[in-house]
Ligand binder design. Structure first.
Ligand code: GDP
Ligand code: MG
Length: 163
């Protein structure tokens, strides 16, 4: 069975950027508009010799009949149920938002191991968000930059540890 990693979090935190980095192809759509990835995507990820399946979640701008939270929750639940490890991303430049807290609360109830990633942490502007991230109750956040690759060796260690 393939080890499966799900990337979850509210729109615009950098999930698809991380997904693209891991699969090494421009498969997922990345855009400045929140929630631009239309479907859930999966691919084969490589990270310093580790090989695993990765799931990118989104599709949040569709299905207007539901609240944003309900849609995020639905997609997240599905991905989490398939995953051996969940990477929850926050935007460290923005800090912890109420919707991040919703996510964290939901994830804390499950049995799947969670790694909390404080993304967009390149430079000092991410420091406050990184500190705030402790309040989510998901353990120590990993300072990360999906765009620049900062924190990739910590991510490697976490994935390796759970494989
Ligand atoms: P998603 O909605 O969670 O999939 O987020 P995306 O991957 O589409 O990224 C949303 C925006 O954040 C895009 O403009 C990305 O270029 C930007 N972004 C993603 N990762 C980083 C990062 O590590 N640092 C910075 N500064 N911007 C990032
Ligand atoms: Mg996306």
């Amino acid at each position: 069975m393939t080890f499966t990693v799900a990337i979850v979090g509210r729109p615009n935190v950098g999930k698809s950027t991380l997904f693209n980095r891991l699969i090494g192809k421009r498969l997922a759509l990345v855009d400045d508009q929140p929630g631009v990835t239309r479907d859930r995507r999966e691919g084969e990820a490589f990270l310093f010799g580790l090989r695993f399946k990765v799931i990118d979640t989104a599709g949040l701008e569709e299905a207007f009949d539901q609240s944003l939270e309900a849609r995020m929750r639905q997609q997240t639940e599905q991905a989490v149920s398939e995953a051996d490890l969940v990477l929850m991303l926050i935007d460290a430049r923005v800090g912890v938002m109420p919707i991040d807290e919703h996510f964290a609360k939901f994830l804390r109830k499950g049995k799947t191991p969670i790694a909390l990633m404080a993304n967009k942490c390149e430079g000092k502007v991410g420091d406050i968000g990184l500190m705030e991230a402790y309040s989510l109750g998901l353990g120590e956040p990993i300072p990360f930059s999906a765009e620049h690759g900062l924190g990739s060796s910590d991510l490697y260690d976490i994935i390796k540890e759970h494989m």
